[in-house]
Design a protein around this ligand. Structure first.
Ligand SMILES: Nc1ncnc2c1ncn2[C@@H]1O[C@H](COP(=O)(O)OP(=O)(O)OP(=O)(O)O)[C@@H](O)[C@H]1O
Ligand SMILES: [Mg+2]
Length: 710
């Protein structure tokens, strides 16, 4: 039997020739194996780039990663045995390697051959120290981590005898993970795999403990290309798919109600200018939320009604009714329609003084009369003829009369403009006009433009279904849909592919911010974090680095980036981890990347991206990343907090059904498959134009079509 020291002697392959804190040069022995090493106790390929060697010292061994291998001419050969002094030594080719010290392997139990891997190096070697090949057990300890916590297997290490590489999910998700690589390098599969393997591992653990299998895990996948719709369909954790225009039984409607948006999100969406428009917008939001908080007493509603409509009529009257453009006439007619319906409701509302109800009834009679006089119906389309100044004066007069009965008070004080209290977004433009009319000042003249933007948004059926859906949505219900109530968690896949670009950044920012705040509040109330992972596929599309001066501080892109930067900085404290995946790391927000503590780096060919990645990782690992351009698909370098030593991983195989559907085009297959004589563009055109299969238009004839509908 050989002693450990003798055994180590057999494994020696060279000696340290040069020591720098970040790199050692090793002179390989002339008899060190070249391709297959038998001296490690098993036939092992002699370490290649990114393989490991050990430098023993008093506390165990320094684990080194091979960064360079080569042959250099040395003046004297390293000869074993007695030197023959009669000979003149000629330059002699010596094999050398450069290795990076990455960790320390400490033997904690001599009998039981157990080791512990510690990040970093405590004692540096000196020139002449032996360099050893690791044994199979040592290799396993190096790449497999510390056993107990490494619970989720993500792949194997081809350079370490195919040892299984498992990670601690607390470390992987707790301090944000970045998955970076070129297109087609396997990022999406790795992201889907890491989620799936984590859920499967948790389910096994729960079963062992005699608990129901479904893990209490929460993942929110922000999926800009709609790749993940089927990925988790069968996973051990229930999945809910949210999308615009949902398919019955498969997906649910994506809802991000407008009342959930905070003032920053509203400001960026409406492009309200900080000086004049923003204060008015905030005041209007505050007022609407205050109304919601107080359950809107009827007098408040009347007041809003009067102020909002009066402002519009006063503007038309000031310019003269004869100058009203076609669109304004339509606007006026529609306003009368809305007024008639609202007046009916207000007249029947309880709690109003008799004088107010009478004045409302009087106004309703005028509205009905003017509407009847000025509108005509032709082939199902309603037209409006010229309104007269007298019509406008009559309406304004009657609105003023109602106003006279109402107590004058300011309802816009006292409520927090950011508190997510539900209000009907349809009221915002009117109410904003009312506030502007009341306040006057420089902001008021910009308000019509703002209101047009808001009204356009609310009249687009696609946008409306997201921001102001028909059914009542409560905050608790919304959070339950996204983050699941009860014991079992869920994977929520948010398919962003059809979200109109107008609101894309706001929708993403609201989803992320609301999740963050919900977890923050949850922790404050329960004193416990609710671990949740927010997955950002193609993250460069919504958290890209600032694009110089032309991007204004209140733009949606800027606001969205700020939200994620905040989550990257503070999310950890509240159990919110980020999983950022991107093919263009150099375009990602540097703050978000800098906060990622674990990196899974796939093939990266582009120079700028490589440079950026090299800057992100600790200095001495720069060399290791030289392999990035040549990594095959499914291979990646895992480094950072979740792994004690950087390791080249071959990711576990993900069966076809479980892979994200990247929709790689199958040109050849299409070219060669049997012809389809039934093919026409009609269904596409119909769906695009909102025409149902039976030939009807989906929108009612009165509502305006989307400006973008072809
Ligand atoms: N773990 C894996 N198991 C099985 N196949 C894989 C795995 N990783 C990658 N692949 C293969 O590589 C292909 C590309 O992977 P993937 O779609 O994940 O790349 P990507 O980096 O996300 O590309 P893009 O940037 O274009 O989205 C997959 O379609 C699949 O065939
Ligand atoms: Mg992808």
């Amino acid at each position: 039997m050989t002693t450990p020291v003798e055994h180590a002697g057999h494994r020696t392959v060279g000696t340290i020739a040069c020591v720098a804190p970040n790199e050692f040069t090793v002179m390989l022995d002339t008899d060190a194996p070249a391709s297959t090493a038998l001296n490690a106790g098993y036939p092992a390929p002699f370490p290649r780039i990114n393989g490991y060697v050990l430098v023993p010292n008093e506390v165990g061994s320094i684990v080194c990663l091979i960064a360079w291998l080569g042959i250099e001419n040395a003046p004297y050969p390293k000869r074993l045995g007695l030197k023959d002094f009669g000979l003149v030594d000629l330059p002699y080719p010596v094999r050398k390697m450069k290795v990076l010290p990455v960790a320390t392997l400490r033997r904690i139990d001599t009998d039981d051959a157990t080791w512990e891997v510690e990040r970093g190096v405590r004692l540096f070697p000196t020139v002449g120290d032996a360099v050893l090949l690791p044994t199979r057990e040592e290799l396993r300890h190096i790449v497999e981590g510390r056993g107990v916590d490494a619970r989720v297997q993500i792949g194997t290490a081809p350079l370490a005898g195919n040892a299984r590489i498992a990670v601690d999910p607390d470390k992987l998700f707790g301090r944000h993970l970045a998955v970076l690589g070129n297109t087609g390098s396997g990022k999406s599969c790795s992201v889907a795999g890491v989620i799936r393997w984590s859920l499967e591992a948790a389910a096994v653990e729960r079963e062992l403990q005699g608990r129901p299998k479904l893990p209490n895990a929460r993942f929110i996948v922000l999926d800009p290309n709609g790749e993940y719709s089927r990925t988790f369909a069968d996973a051990a954790c229930p999945t809910r798919l949210f999308r615009v225009e949902p398919e019955a039984g498969v997906s649910e409607a994506l809802v991000v109600p407008a009342w959930l948006w905070n003032t920053e999100e509203w400001t960026s969406f409406s492009r309200a200018q900080p000086g004049a428009q923003r204060p008015l917008l905030i005041q209007a939001l505050r007022g609407l939320r205050a109304g919601a908080a107080l359950m809107v007493p009827a007098t408040r509603q009347v007041r809003r009604f009067v102020v909002g409509h009066r402002l519009a009529f006063a503007q038309w009257q000031a310019a003269g009714a004869s100058t009203m453009q076609f669109a304004e006439k339509i606007g006026c007619g529609k306003r009368l329609e809305v007024m008639e319906v609202d007046l009916q409701a207000l007249i029947q509302a309880s709690g109003l003084e008799q004088g107010v109800t009478d004045a409302l009834t009087d106004l309703k009679a005028s509205v009905t009369a003017i509407y009847g006089k000025r509108s005509s119906l032709s082939k199902g389309v309603r037209y409006f003829n010229d309104f007269a100044d007298a019509d406008l004066v009559e309406l304004i007069g009657k609105l003023d009369k109602i106003s006279g009965f109402l107590p004058q008070q300011d309802e816009s004080k006292g409520e927090n403009a950011d508190r997510p209290l539900p209000f009907d977004a349809d009221h915002l433009p009117d109410y904003l006009e009312a506030v502007a009319g009341q306040e006057g000042g420089a902001g008021a003249q910009f308000v019509p433009y703002l209101c047009i933007r808001l009204r356009t948004m609310l009249s687009d059926p696609l946008l409306r279904s997201v921001v102001n859906p028909a059914g009542a949505v409560t905050l608790a219900g919304w959070l339950k849909d996204l983050l699941a109530d009860g014991a079992a968690g869920q994977v929520s896949v948010i398919d962003l592919s059809l979200v109109p670009s107008d609101v894309l950044h706001v929708v993403i920012a609201v989803l992320a911010r609301a999740t963050f705040e919900a977890l923050q509040r949850h922790r404050r109330i329960t004193k416990q974090a609710l671990p949740t992972v927010l997955v950002l596929e193609e993250a460069h599309t919504f958290v890209h680095r600032a694009r110089s001066e032309e991007e204004s501080l209140s733009s949606p892109e800027h606001m969205c980036r700020r939200t994620f930067e905040r989550i990257a900085r503070e999310g950890r404290k509240f159990g919110l981890g980020l999983l950022v995946s991107s093919q263009r790391p150099s375009e990602l927000s540097p703050t978000v990347l800098a906060q990622c503590n674990t990196f899974l780096l796939h093939r990266i060919v582009n120079d700028r991206d490589q440079e950026l990645v090299q800057r992100l990782v600790p200095d001495n690992l720069g060399g290791l990343l030289s392999e990035l351009p040549t990594l095959p698909t499914r291979h990646a370098i895992l480094l950072g907090w979740a792994t004690p030593v950087p390791v080249l991983v071959e990711m576990r195989d993900l069966p076809k059904d479980h892979r994200p559907d990247a929709g790689d085009p199958g040109f050849w297959q299409k070219w060669c498959e049997p012809d389809d004589p039934q093919f026409t563009w009609q269904p596409v055109a119909d769906a695009w134009q909102g025409i149902e299969p039976n030939g009807n238009t989906c929108q009612d004839t009165d509502s305006e079509p989307t400006p973008d509908a072809p």
